[in-house]
Design a protein around this ligand. Structure first.
Ligand code: TXA
Ligand code: MG
Length: 347
């Protein structure tokens, strides 16, 4: 199929494009959409046949549920029941924004969307184009990240084109994604609430609103055989460049020294800006200053993808501290490494 591209730079002059994209969604087609976190691969979340096309285009396992993107918190009750009051404390503070809330679903949401789970993830993204699209379509848009399953999520139009051209009906080019990592996922159907995936809304911020928050084991370690993560997607190898990755945790100084001591012939290095000069220029990518977590989040997936264009057999990566946004960055790096971690300690 030919994938249509809508290039939108000025939302105030994009009414026709938005309407055309909304028509594709209403008719059961697939449209890649920009959000503040990563690009999503969207379809009408209430239309099982449309949702099936998402799984097909991504090569996504059927047991991995999708989240619903809505146009504000007033849509929650349409698709969810027994909504606890904390939900609205969270939406008041963090919506629109990079926070997905897991709630009990109503039967109007088809089984295929939630992979048969009795719950559904709800998110109100902070992106004017996508919000206008959801309103124009009048339906919640189910959207996983717009990458081929297992690859790093797509944070630019070029990434989406590379993975999805010819497989979906349309792509909306809305420029690069501001956060660069997928949304935080919090499950409010259990007590205490459980963090299933760290992201742009930090654990510390969630605790300010919810008090106690449990962190799912799958966030920081590899699950054993037979152990099941609460977010089914967390069990798959993910974000993986073609070459195997080893993450090196510890102070930036220590991790740089450790990597320097390895035999780096044919090996790639993903490091903080300050250390790039220590390594071979051809096979080294930097992803922001060691003190700038926002830059690291924004650039991480682009760097992981870029290694596929370099001729490297293995990759060593420096890991940030796990505070604030660092928890999400470290989580994606560790997943990219299949939890192959060297931990040097912080002091
Ligand atoms: O930032 C984001 O969340 C992006 C943009 C496009 O909004 N979307 C995204 O979707 O990252 P996806 O499908 O790539 O990741 C959603 C994760 C998966 O790990 C999935 O297993 C989990 O959320 N998930 C979805 N519904 C769930 C549910 N009802 N219970 C537990 N986990 C769920
Ligand atoms: Mg994904």
């Amino acid at each position: 199929m030919t994938t249509k591209v809508f290039r939108i730079t000025d939302i105030s002059r994009a009414a026709l494009e938005i309407e055309e994209a909304a028509r594709i969604i209403r008719r059961g087609g697939t449209v890649a959409i920009p959000t503040e976190t990563v690009y999503g691969l969207g379809a009408n979340g209430l239309d099982g046949e449309a949702v099936r096309k998402i799984f097909e285009a991504k090569g996504r396992p059927q047991d991995n549920p999708l989240i619903l993107h809505v146009a504000d918190e007033s849509w929650i009750e349409r698709y969810c029941k027994d909504v606890p009051p904390e939900t609205y404390e969270l939406t008041k503070r963090f919506w629109p924004g990079p926070l997905t809330i897991i709630l009990k679903r109503r039967s109007i949401v088809p089984d295929i969307t939630t992979a048969g789970l009795p719950t559904v993830g709800m998110r109100y993204p902070d992106h004017p184009i996508t919000n206008a699209l959801i309103r124009a379509a009048g339906v919640p848009i189910a959207a996983p990240s717009a990458n081929i399953s297992g690859r790093p999520s797509t944070t630019s139009f070029e990434h989406v084109l590379k993975d999805m051209d010819g497989k979906i009906d349309a792509i909306i080019d809305g420029g690069d994604c501001a956060v660069g990592l997928e949304s935080t996922i919090i499950d409010l159907t259990v007590k205490p609430p459980r963090l299933l995936r760290p992201g742009g809304v930090t654990l510390e911020q969630l605790k300010e609103v919810l008090g106690e928050v449990e962190v799912d084991k799958a966030v920081s370690s590899l699950l054993g055989n037979g152990e099941k993560p609460k977010a089914p997607g967390m069990k798959y190898r993910h974000y993986a460049p073609k070459a195997p990755v080893t993450v090196v945790c510890g102070s930036p100084e220590k991790s740089a020294q450790y990597i320097l001591k390895q035999d780096l012939n044919d090996k790639g290095v993903l490091c903080f800006d300050e250390y790039a000069h220590l390594f071979d220029r051809e096979r080294t990518l930097s992803f922001g200053s060691s003190t700038d977590l926002k830059a690291q989040a924004e650039r991480l997936f682009d760097a992981l993808r870029a290694f596929d264009e370099l001729d490297v057999r293995e990759i060593f990566a420096q890991c940030p501290t796990e505070e604030g946004l660092g928890l999400a960055i470290a989580n994606r790096l560790k997943k990219a490494a299949g939890f192959r971690i060297v931990d040097l300690g912080r002091d």
